[in-house]
Design a protein around this ligand. Structure first.
Ligand code: GLU
Length: 448
């Protein structure tokens, strides 16, 4: 494992998030590789950490003042062992190869856990949609898709949204794909309902994370009702995590963006959530405005490089739904000291390795992102099925399937952890179960 990690670092220098994701998975896989010598002989993990294909391209576009900008576009096609490449696109200034390598790597395991036939991929750009007009975003998306379209397709690679890519961007991307390829197909997921989208897709990641949390709590004979919950982020995942928490009688008390967080001691109710949805999705404003609108709430600006004070708010459960590495080792220690019983990750890899260790040592119910946030891509898989069948399932039907998938991921994690002598350890369970499914497919398909 040490040689494998050293190889990954040497081959992908400076890609720290990718190294972090590989190290975390590799550590859990030691017992499974010991038990199945064929995985080692066939160099399964060495093959898995090398993407099948990486596409990098220039994305030139013109802003509203006639000025020319050049961004970089990416698509990482990590693994197609169990289905077409599948995973989101992220538009954010922090995007670079290493970030997308980590996300694509995580996606392979996550998608395998969903029980649906999807391989893993990820893409995006260092384009910053913040402060850009609709027309600028449209021109960027069209330029991005003009190149990407030659690499993707409903049987090859099916992108979706992620940070900075919501239904507006998916619409522009889809329009350009259709125009160039002269083909109306399920090449993207997260589409609007009227043109091939699925009900519950916008809600899926947030709802799924809360369903996973319910499953975890149930193992201790507890429920989510009445629990005070910290939620970070204020985008799609956070919004629907809060909505589901309210529906189940829990009390979400925080939301955040990159500038700071709000704490509402009265709890965020339906009416306040509707206001937040309008603020973020329509007016595209900042979370600071929440505290101006609801004066009982307090706003705390982000301290650069400092401890994130959101995690110091006393609560029972934590739902990090913002971004990677948002919970430091110290934040995790604070959460544990405050008696938090559950952490369910709506974001991808929001906890640094030291923080994960703290949660596991303290016996916190800790649901890692690749299990707890798999509901989003799972409903993307259901959107692909509906597109292929040319039918639309009802809200109830999709929600029921989502619940079933989250329960099954939870069961698989528990059973696998048990089998490998780590009862209750969802990190071990998720990594091993996801890996074994992909590894078996790779064995069947030869050295490709
Ligand atoms: N970006 C989401 C994720 O991290 C969804 C991907 C998809 O629906 O393809 O899983």
């Amino acid at each position: 494992m040490e040689t494998l990690l050293a190889d990954a670092v040497a081959r992908s220098p400076g890609e720290t998030e990718f190294h972090q994701a590989v190290a975390e998975v590799a550590e859990s896989l030691v017992p499974v590789i010991d038990r199945h010598p064929r995985y080692r002989e066939q160099r399964i993990l060495d093959r898995l950490i090398e993407p099948e294909r990486v596409i990098m391209f220039r994305v030139p576009w013109v802003d509203d003042h006639g000025e020319i900008h050049v961004n970089r576009g990416y698509r990482i096609e990590m693994s197609s062992a169990i289905g077409p490449y599948k995973g989101g696109l992220r538009f954010h200034p922090s995007v670079y190869l290493g970030l997308l390598m980590f996300l694509a790597f995580e996606q392979v395991f996550k998608n395998a856990l969903t029980t649906l036939p999807m391989g893993g991929g990820k893409g995006g750009s260092d384009f910053d949609p913040k402060g850009r007009s609709d027309l600028e975003v449209m021109r960027f998306c069209q330029s991005f898709m003009t190149e990407l379209q030659r690499h993707i397709g409903p049987f090859t690679d099916v992108p979706a949204g992620d940070i900075g890519v919501g239904s507006r961007e998916i619409g522009y991307l889809f329009g350009q794909y259709k125009r160039i390829r002269n083909e109306f197909s399920g090449v993207l997921t997260g589409k609007e309902l009227e043109w091939g989208g699925s009900l519950i897709r916008p809600e899926a990641t947030g709802y799924g994370t809360v369903y996973f949390a319910e499953e975890m709590l149930e193992t201790r004979g507890e429920g989510i009702e009445g629990k005070t919950c910290l939620v970070s982020g204020s985008g799609n995942v956070a919004q629907y995590a809060v909505e589901k928490l309210i529906m189940l009688g829990a009390k979400p008390v925080t939301l955040s963006d990159s500038d700071g967080f709000v704490h509402d001691p009265d709890g965020i109710d339906d009416e306040k959530l509707q206001w937040v949805m309008d603020l973020k999705n329509v007016r595209r404003g900042r979370i600071l405005e929440y505290a101006e609108r609801f004066p009982r709430a307090t706003y705390t600006p982000t301290i650069p490089e400092g401890r994130n004070r959101l995690w110091a708010v006393p609560a029972d459960c934590a739902f990090p739904c913002a971004t990677q590495n948002e919970i430091s080792g110290d934040d995790a220690a604070t959460l544990v000291a405050n008696g938090v019983v559950l952490v369910a990750e709506g974001a991808n890899m929001p906890t640094v390795p030291e923080g994960v260790d703290r949660f596991r040592e303290a016996g916190v119910l800790y649901g890692p992102g690749k299990a707890a946030n798999a509901g989003g891509v799972a409903v993307s898989g259901l959107e692909m099925s509906q597109d292929a069948l040319r039918i639309t399932w009802t809200r109830e039907e999709v929600d029921l399937r989502l619940r079933g998938i989250m329960a099954s991921i939870h069961r698989t994690c528990r059973e696998t952890a048990e089998e490998y002598d780590a009862p209750g350890d969802y990190v071990v369970g998720a990594n091993i179960a996801g890996f074994v499914k992909v590894a078996e497919a790779m064995l069947d398909q030869g050295i490709v």
